[in-house]
Design a protein around this ligand. Structure first.
Ligand code: KG4
Ligand code: ZN
Length: 333
């Protein structure tokens, strides 16, 4: 049984080895009107959702509690109040059933989501591979040598790519999470209509806060000329902004491919649901002679199946946790 509660999705999954038998995700709608996740509301919603989600995961997997032989949970990084709900639940389950507990790193789990198999002949990446992990809280280029050995080659120095989508959506008057909505509007717009600057940083580092600010000033100036500018141009603004984020993500990732000579490339995290990013990632793979992997949509955004697959490798390594530890809001790979 795997449990994920690091942000605003309460999720439980049942795995048998590396096979996912169920993966239930309760998305918290309560944050929509606030333009972002409200931590206190998130932890309260996890408390309401956790039992029904766990029951449903068992029911769908046709597995009884007594058949469970380990329980895994996200230890961090994430929102402390949210993590505490999943961690307390998992510790209690482990104690009451007298089964091992496995503490999982959320970002490593996003990367290992590529090993969730729906069929025995499904291809999976070979080691070493490069993974571009793009979520609401992180943007990283990770070199993966082995399930237990990952190195962060680059990350963002400020906002994550998902935040760049969500904060832009907020100033455009779209509800949280804005990524999927920007994606939808962008599909109807012309990405060449407006240009947004990308920062020039040393190495492979990312920065997204300037991009968000440039959108803010751009909208302020245009709205001063035409108060209906956003409504009239929404699709083109979304297309141009999305194009800038995707090009920037892939520009540095392309350099990481050149620098490492690694030709197995993977995309992970919630932003990998973005349609332009998925398409452009495959195009980049073709151009560079790489083999590209992108998990199924349900395994891209936060879900417990990815916690389960990460825990499966830890189980094989005998990497179990006792009950004396706390969740970690911040935790480097
Ligand atoms: O991995 P995830 O579910 O949660 C975190 O660990 O942060 O990622 C959520 C992020 C949000 O910022 C959301 O706006 C973004 O993924 N996202 C998208 C799309 N679907 C989800 N961003 C752009 N386009 C999408 N289609
Ligand atoms: Zn995540």
């Amino acid at each position: 049984m795997a449990i994920e509660s690091s942000c605003d999705e309460t999720s439980a999954a049942v795995l048998c080895g590396d096979k996912v038998l169920s993966n239930i995700i309760a998305t918290q709608k309560v944050h929509e009107k606030y333009g972002g996740v409200v931590p206190e509301l998130a932890s309260r919603a996890h408390q309401v959702n956790i039992l029904p989600v766990v029951h449903q995961a068992l029911e769908e997997a046709a597995v009884s509690v007594s058949q469970l032989n380990a329980v895994a949970v996200t230890q961090g990084p994430g929102l402390m109040g949210s993590l505490l709900v999943g961690v307390s639940f998992a510790k209690s389950l482990s104690l009451s059933l007298n089964i091992p507990l496995i503490a999982v790193h959320h970002m490593k789990a996003h990367v290992l989501a590529h090993f969730i198999r729906k069929s025995d002949d499904q291809p999976v990446p070979e080691f070493p591979f490069l993974c571009l992990t793009v979520s609401g809280g992180h943007t990283q280029i990770v070199r993966v040598n082995h399930p237990a050995s990952m190195e962060v080659m680059a990350e963002t120095i400020d906002d994550a790519a998902g935040e760049a989508f969500d904060k832009a959506a907020k100033v455009l008057g779209l509800p949280y999470p804005g990524g999927p909505l920007i994606d939808r509007h962008a599909s109807l717009g012309d990405h060449t209509k407006y240009q947004f600057p990308i920062p020039k940083l040393d190495g492979l580092k990312y920065s997204f806060s300037g991009l968000k600010t440039s959108l803010l000033y751009f909208l302020r100036d245009r709205k001063a000329e035409n108060p209906d500018f956003i409504q009239e141009e929404l699709n083109h603004i979304c297309a141009s902004y999305q194009y800038t984020i995707v090009s920037y993500l892939l520009k540095n990732f392309s350099r990481a491919i050149e620098e490492t000579g690694i030709h197995q490339i993977c995309l992970a995290g919630g932003v990998s649901a973005n349609s332009l990013l998925r398409k452009s990632f495959h195009e980049l793979a073709e151009k560079k002679g790489c083999r590209a992997f992108i998990p199924d949509f349900q395994f891209c955004t936060d879900n417990a199946a990815m916690i389960g697959i990460a825990a499966y490798y830890q189980y094989l390594d005998g990497d179990f946790a006792d009950l004396h530890w706390a969740p970690k809001a911040h935790w480097k790979i």
